[in-house]
Design a protein around this ligand. Sequence first.
Ligand code: MN
Length: 427
Amino acid sequence: MLAANNPALHSWIDIAPTSDFPIQNLPFGVFETPERGARLGVAIGEYVLDLYAVSQHGFFEDLDIPTQPKVFRRRSLNGFIALGRPTWRAVRQRVSELLRHDNPALRDHEEAMHACLLRQSEVTMLRPVKPGNYTDFYSSIEHATNVGIMFRDPANALLPNWRHIPIGYHGRASSIVVSGTDIRRPNGQRKAPDAAAPTFGPSQQLDFELEVAFIGGRSTELGHPVPIQQAEDHIFGLVLFNDWSARDIQSWEYVPLGPFLGKSFGSSISPWVVTLDALEPFRVAGPAQEPEPLLYLRQLDQHNFDISLEVGIQPAGGPETIVSHSNFKFMYWSMAQQLTHQTSNGCNLQVGDVYASGTISGSTPDSLGSMLELAWRGTRPLPLSDGSERKFIQDGDTVTMRGHAERNGVRIGFGEVRGTVFPALNS
Ligand code: MN
């Protein structure tokens, strides 16, 4: 077991038992203040540990890693991630040591403590990585089945390739935005089934997709596939991801080349990247795969993770209603299989790439990961606690996704990814 994951550890910082960020988590992110500019940080309770300040105080000096203080003073984690897993591990381990209740090095060094710790409420979180590439998979069998029932044939809901290939498409990296960024309702072409011709205007079927994404941890050379046994070595960590979707634009445009402008108007990412190391205690077996995948996708051991997820919708000025409870462990195709499939043709990976899971739906009506499914294509409007109902997302609605794993009294949380929808520009 990694020492930093020990459930017995506790910090000299006061951390509520319900906090997403106990000493066993230590996720990485990028924050900004007017005085400090952009810096890398680690979340601990309600605080951010400023990694640049920690390095300036010499706390990383004796680590056997290529420490370049500048790497902690950037607008993305990319440079730090590129230093490699031994460096991520050494830094996380040192941060864990510095925050332990019995270590006076930072605790009793008043000047350093004030320089290194900031309240999260006093900083602005930035997008954690600068993604060169974004892939969105379609790996929940429940979601794919539901969509197949709604749009094709209930008797043959899954397309013939689905149980053989981790289906995906290449999305748009430029429009991935950090949690809290407003989402503008997109304009686009849509055509009702009974309409003679398409029209251009604001999407009438704006939706969210509850997803978890992994962040690429290692670049590869073009032409070199990653074997499945090595796939997880290429993952830095995980984030929550809202893959906003305009269903009316999507359903008109997607034949024959797949999702395009119904997706690329914005995707929201949570600011804290939870490392795969911190999630190690939450590894579980995935669903049985039938038929057995082809040899290059065959995995040994456990490659799914037990992470509880929820989605809330809050109308402007009203209370939030939790509309879905799902779990990342439901995924049919694992991250390792997704990554290996992505590179199986020789396609190269880049540090900071974003690979999203696809909508994560469970098998019950309260565990569905999109409005499309929750309101069943608009046929079963979803009641909210303020008395209103939703078929899709309305202007002024705030959609918030949260996630955490919990075992042995340790809660490894992701914080949240949140976005408020604003009216479309005049078209
Ligand atoms: Mn998606």
